[in-house]
Design a protein around this ligand. Structure first.
Ligand SMILES: [Zn+2]
Length: 870
């Protein structure tokens, strides 16, 4: 059944609103009975039919105001229950049944690993019971859970626990009341055998909040990092946004089978355990850092998402863009600021930029969709965060805080639109955001070209900016965007000069408003040949093509006072070398570049983590985005050779730093120690790039003697790719033996296998999928295996065997978990720049997938878009 396209412009406020809901669950893994009592109030006087949505429910009965309705009073279909001639005010009582065990989609209420868990965003609540399941219907919920005490000793839902006790037949119950109005997508329940840790947080007004983190038995020791992160986040939100937590209790649950990373259900956050559990033996540093920010993200949603939610799913970026921006700022303040900012930009370039270049390109606030699940994207999230950041850059920190205060004050308890948020930004700052708002509706990444011209006689420096906004799949006409350009100018000694524009001194750093297709900014009193430094801290999500001479670029690598720009210009230099080498099919690395790396390695003023960041070349994915024609095998080969050459030329220096960053100190996750390990391991990877025996020996030693997963896993990946197949097999087998029973360790092993650069890789991976430990119903297993293969092993994935393999897996996933399938199909949906032979195979495989019976709407939407773009 083909689903229809829905449009943002067709939005209509709900005909009926809900004041109160009470839900009763008789929990059972294969047969859960749900009873609801919903109090409706008509909000559109002309409305007669009251519509409740449904998906995969077994209907039992419906009554109105206590009287059973007859079949003439309502229309029941697979996806709706329509109550005819509904009065102005009434309550409905509905009974239905669901089967959590048969629910492998992990949307709605599902049973896995012994627990009952829910995931309701975006439209999972209608898989639990009949309800006006849309975000602009906000109600107070009261929930009663009943279940077998032995199987489900823990019963959790949103809000405060108001009653609990024993029932007959070994059952018990718990009753929760959430005093805050919320949409149904924020409903949650969890029932199961869970261990927990406890702590508390005293809010700025002196209220003590009980904090509990629940996990599967045996994992409590891995919850402490998350608890510490939560407390940090609560404090940060008070200090930075003045937001205080609003209930007496805050529960967090970690589960193994979960589609997303986490979910911000009111006072009952649920996390994929892979994004939450950590100890030094099984988690790497990056996971520790990720946990800190994702815990923050879900907590911050309490205000930006829960208290104020979205009017419709088209407005998703209202809560996600803003909350990503909040968690990124949190990360910058509790971790290394500059390295964090660079990390976020790298993510944008690896995930969001390819989206803009694909047939699924969409604006941060899409105008239409078939399946909303397909729009939980890098564009809505990460680019959405950049749009918020730009507003802050334009109006400044103080006005931004005023504007968010106003937003919280004005819209608390409501479901609103992106326009409402921007109106607060405008009102609080007095700035006119009319033109800027184009960022919400226009898709694609602008390309900004810059040139600088010094006029020796008039002592002026003219910076010319042009922007190009290329057509995207569904949007051919584009307008120039409002682009904030944070910038400075350096004199030939590397000092920042005063910026004098139209006679006004703007200080050493300013934000230019670049709003036309082409603009010239003429700076005065520039007494010697300068160099510009533009888009500091990545002040806009654009592609910057500067026309600086290489000499000036190397000058900036050395002298730019903005760490982001130093890194970015070095990335540009790397990219130039990579693109030229791809074109010539021969790699040559200029001495200047090697010298820049050499200086970085020995510069005592650069932190270790920043050094590691500077020494990392653009990924293959980023290179692809910069190529007119994509040959994955050549890109891979060239990048590897580039690394090899650096390794040869800087062997001695890398060896020195590798030695200097060796430590026997006990593992800890301070920013300093994380930085040290990161530099140590990047040096090791350079040293081993040519498979040279002595270096491989160092990696082997590190693998077998490391006392923490960061060092061990780095060494494993280096050995797997550089030490030859025999050694690779030995360490992979050893790693499997060590960690096969640990979910996180096992997932790492899957990922390491998927990245192997070997001829029979697809046979190997198909074989792994047959292992008893591997489960295709577990999203983490699938993502670690298939996602890593497609994303990080392009050399092997972009082959006939690779495409066939992914298609076969997608066919299985179509019925098991369409949401996960939809995330993976992206890897085959953007192929216009591929080699002809690859295009042909992809088309054949996509058509094979398109033709299967009961193809899920998520897959259908993406495949149709891809085929349409051919
Ligand atoms: Zn979120």
């Amino acid at each position: 059944m083909a689903k229809e396209v829905i449009y943002r412009k067709d939005y209509k406020a709900p005909d009926f609103l809900v004041d109160n809901v009470s839900l009763e669950f008789d929990l059972h893994e294969s047969k859960t009975l749900v009873k609801s009592r919903i109090e409706f109030k008509k909000s559109n006087a002309d409305a007669t039919d009251c519509v409740l949505y449904a998906d995969d429910l077994i209907f039992i009965s419906v009554s109105m105001n206590g009287e059973l309705l007859s079949i003439d009073d309502y229309i029941l279909s697979e996806n709706e229950l329509v109550v005819k001639n509904a009065p102005d005010e009434f309550f409905l009582e509905v009974e239905n049944e669901i089967n959590p065990k048969a629910n492998t989609s992990l949307s709605g209420l599902y049973y896995s690993s012994g627990n009952l868990t829910t995931q309701c965003e975006a439209q999972g609540f209608r898989r639990i019971t009949y309800y006006p399941d849309r975000p602009d219907v906000m109600a107070k919920f009261e929930v009663t859970l009943r279940g077998n005490k032995e199987n489900y000793p823990i019963l959790l839902s949103n809000g405060n626990l108001i009653d609990s006790g024993n029932l007959e037949d070994g059952r018990h119950f718990a009753k929760y009341e959430d005093p805050f109005k919320k949409p149904s997508y924020l409903f949650a329940l969890v029932a199961g055998k869970l261990d927990h840790i406890e702590d508390s947080f005293t809010t700025m007004s002196g209220k003590k909040v009980a904090l509990k983190i629940f996990c599967n038995p045996g994992n409590v020791n891995k919850c402490y990092h998350a608890m510490a992160s939560l407390k940090k986040a609560m404090k940060w939100d008070e200090e930075t946004y003045g937001r205080e937590y609003d209930l007496d209790i805050f529960n967090v649950v970690f589960v193994d089978d979960f589609n997303a990373g986490a979910m911000e259900n009111k006072s009952l956050n649920i996390f994929n355990s892979s994004c939450a559990l950590a100890d030094p033996i099984t988690a790497v540093d990056a996971e520790y850092q990720f946990i800190e920010t994702i815990i923050g993200h879900e907590y911050f949603h309490n205000w930006t998402g829960d208290r104020i939610t979205c009017r419709s799913w088209f407005e998703l970026t209202l809560k996600e863009g803003l909350t990503v921006f909040r968690h990124e700022s949190f990360g910058e303040s509790v971790q290394d600021r500059d390295v964090n900012r660079i990390g976020d930009v790298v993510k944008l370039r690896n995930i969001q930029l390819p989206e803009d270049l694909s047939p699924m390109a969409h604006s941060i606030r899409p105008d239409s969709f078939v399946e909303i699940e397909n729009f939980y994207t890098g564009t809505v999230y990460e680019k959405g965060a950049e749009v918020i950041r730009m507003m802050k850059t334009i109006i400044g920190d103080e006005n931004f805080r005023k504007a968010t205060d106003l937003y919280f004050e004005k819209f608390d308890g409501q479901a609103v639109a992106c326009d409402d948020f921007v109106s607060c930004m405008a009102e609080a700052s007095g700035f006119d955001f009319t033109h800027f708002k184009l960022w919400y509706s226009q898709a694609g990444t602008p390309i900004v070209t810059s040139t600088g011209e010094w006029d020796k006689i008039n002592r002026t420096y003219k910076i010319t900016l042009t922007q190009e906004n290329k057509p995207t799949n569904n949007q051919k006409e584009k307008l120039p965007l409002f682009i904030p350009v944070k910038m400075g100018i350096l004199n030939h000694e590397g000092q920042e000069i005063d910026l004098i524009l139209n006679g006004k001194n703007l200080g050493k750093e300013t934000v230019l408003h670049f709003t036309e297709e082409k603009t010239e900014f003429v700076f005065e009193e520039v007494h010697s040949q300068p160099v510009y430094s533009l888009f500091r801290d990545f002040s806009a999500p654009i592609i910057h093509k500067n026309k600086l001479e290489d000499e000036d670029k190397y000058f900036l690598v050395k002298h730019d006072t903005n760490p982001f720009c130093r890194w970015d210009i070095l990335q540009q230099l790397s990219m130039d070398i990579l693109l030229k080498s791809i074109h010539d099919e021969m790699v040559e690395v200029p001495e200047n570049f090697i010298e820049a790396f050499r200086i970085i390695l020995s510069d005592e003023n650069i932190s270790n983590s920043m050094k590691a960041t500077l020494l990392t070349l653009p990924s293959e994915k980023e290179i692809e985005s910069n190529c007119e024609f994509i040959d994955h095998q050549i890109i891979h080969k060239v990048r590897q050779e580039f690394i090899s050459l650096i390794s040869i030329k800087l062997h001695e220096e890398m060896m020195d730093v590798f030695g200097e960053t060796y430590s026997k100190k006990e593992y800890d996750v301070s920013a300093e120690e994380i930085g040290r390990r990161s530099l140590h391991n990047i040096c090791l990877s350079y040293l081993c790039a040519n498979g040279e025996k002595g270096s491989i020996h160092l990696a082997e030693h590190q693998y077998f003697h490391a006392d923490n997963m960061t060092d061990q896993y780095s060494a494993l990946n280096i050995l797997v790719s550089k030490a030859g197949e025999r050694t690779a097999e030995i360490v992979l087998d050893n790693f499997y033996d060590l960690y096969k029973d640990d979910i996180s360790g096992f997932n790492k092993w899957l990922s390491a296998q998927a990245r192997r650069d070997i001829d029979n890789i697809t046979d190997k991976l198909r074989e792994i999928m047959q292992y008893e430990k591997f489960s295709i119903t577990n999203p983490n297993n699938v993502r670690r295996l298939m996602g890593s293969f497609a994303m990080f092993n392009a050399n092997r994935f972009h082959t006939e065997e690779g495409y066939k393999f992914l298609t076969d897996v997608l066919i299985s996933l179509n019925t098991i978990n369409p949401n996960i399938a939809s995330g993976l199909v992206d890897h085959m949906c953007s192929f216009s720049k591929f080699k002809e032979e690859n295009k042909e195979i992809i088309l054949r495989e996509l058509k094979r997938l398109r033709s299967i019976d009961k193809l899920a709407p998520n897959l259908q939407e993406k495949i149709d878009n891809a085929l349409k773009a051919v």
